[in-house]
Design a protein around this ligand. Structure first.
Ligand SMILES: NC(=O)c1ccc[n+]([C@@H]2O[C@H](COP(=O)([O-])OP(=O)(O)OC[C@H]3O[C@@H](n4cnc5c(N)ncnc54)[C@H](OP(=O)(O)O)[C@@H]3O)[C@@H](O)[C@H]2O)c1
Length: 294
């Protein structure tokens, strides 16, 4: 099986490369090798490599910056998956598109099911939602395009909330962290496993066209910040954790509005992939154990 991976330098991309199944031919492309803002480059990469799958892990992920750069966000998050889908539709390959809990508005207060309607709040979520819709338009009911939504991605490398909190626990005595946004962290280690498992299962049976994958449980950003301090100290990565104060979204205004409650119901995906969820605190510990200390 040949897989063309985008976003090789991102936190998920690096976890996918590190955990790629043996015997799989992986063509991992960074931004320099494949610019997702260029639909023609996406099309010609498919034509050139003739992959069985495109695993589109690359994305414009700067949620706040996207408010000021909608054209670039849409090019990368909507037109690139569309270009991959069109090229694969001509050639016969398949697409695994990584998407986000931010396609939902976060107002319902109960976990989101994969088949629920999209209703994003900001440019980032809207651009990812447009990418989902584009690949569904191209592939129709054929099932050759799979969407795997995830949330609050954290890994031992790259830029993410857990590593930022680890640094702030070292640098400060006190932190204020938003406590009224609820979701669930997802470790890149577990997310990469779910991606590779999706390709494996899809070779033998039909998977749901839209799947949800996060680690198990639920948390606010405040809960995650407290857990980073506790686990970081346990692992000897922090001398003394900072005191973390819960604050509200109103106390910490950001350019992009974020969903207040974006928990993804992963039950059907875990069953389809025959994978158990790992509690987010366990998964966080594994991430921090692998994080390089400065
Ligand atoms: N991070 C989260 O909390 C989160 C939550 C839900 C869903 N997701 C989704 O999960 C997937 C993986 O995200 P991640 O956390 O691994 O993000 P990440 O660490 O920000 O990685 C994104 C990757 O995309 C690449 N990229 C951005 N613009 C590009 C372009 N024009 N051409 C080629 N590559 C480009 C980046 O390249 P550079 O390395 O050169 O910048 C980077 O390697 C994405 O689909 C994202 O939408 C993420």
């Amino acid at each position: 099986m040949k897989v063309l991976l985008s976003g090789a330098g991102g936190q998920l991309g690096q976890a996918l490369i590190a955990s790629a199944p043996k015997g799989l031919e992986l063509v991992a492309t960074s931004r320099q090798e494949l610019d997702l803002a260029d639909p023609e480059a996406c099309r010609s990469a498919v034509e050139h490599h003739q992959p069985d799958w495109v695993l589109n892990a690359g994305a414009y992920t700067a949620v706040d910056k996207a408010e000021a750069e909608p054209e670039l966000a849409y090019a990368v998050n909507a037109r690139a998956p569309e270009a991959f889908a069109r090229a694969l539709d001509e050639q016969g390959g398949r697409l695994l598109q990584i998407s986000t809990d931010f396609v939902f508005n976060g107002t319902q207060g109960t976990p989101y099911q994969p088949e629920q309607a999209r209703d994003p709040l900001g440019v980032y979520g809207a651009s990812k939602a447009a990418g989902e819709a584009a690949l569904q338009n191209v592939f129709g009911a054929e099932g050759r395009g799979l969407i795997l939504r995830t949330s609050w991605v954290i890994g031992p490398v790259g830029s993410n909330f857990a590593l930022t909190m680890l640094r702030l626990h070292r640098e400060r005595n006190q932190l204020g962290v938003v406590a009224d946004q609820v979701g669930c962290p997802t470790s890149t280690l577990n997310l990469a496993m779910a991606c590779w498992r999706s390709l494996e299962v899809a070779a033998e049976s039909e998977l749901p066209a839209v799947m949800h994958w996060s680690d198990a449980g639920a948390a606010s950003w405040y809960d995650v910040a407290v857990a980073v301090g506790r686990i970081g100290a346990e692992l000897g990565l922090i001398d003394t954790p900072a005191e973390v104060q819960p604050i509200t979204t109103a106390d910490y205004p950001t350019p992009a509005e974020r969903p207040a409650y974006s928990l993804l119901d992963c039950t059907s995906t875990r069953a389809a992939l025959e994978l158990h969820g790992e509690h987010w605190q366990q998964a966080l510990k594994a991430v921090l154990q692998q994080a390089k200390t400065p």
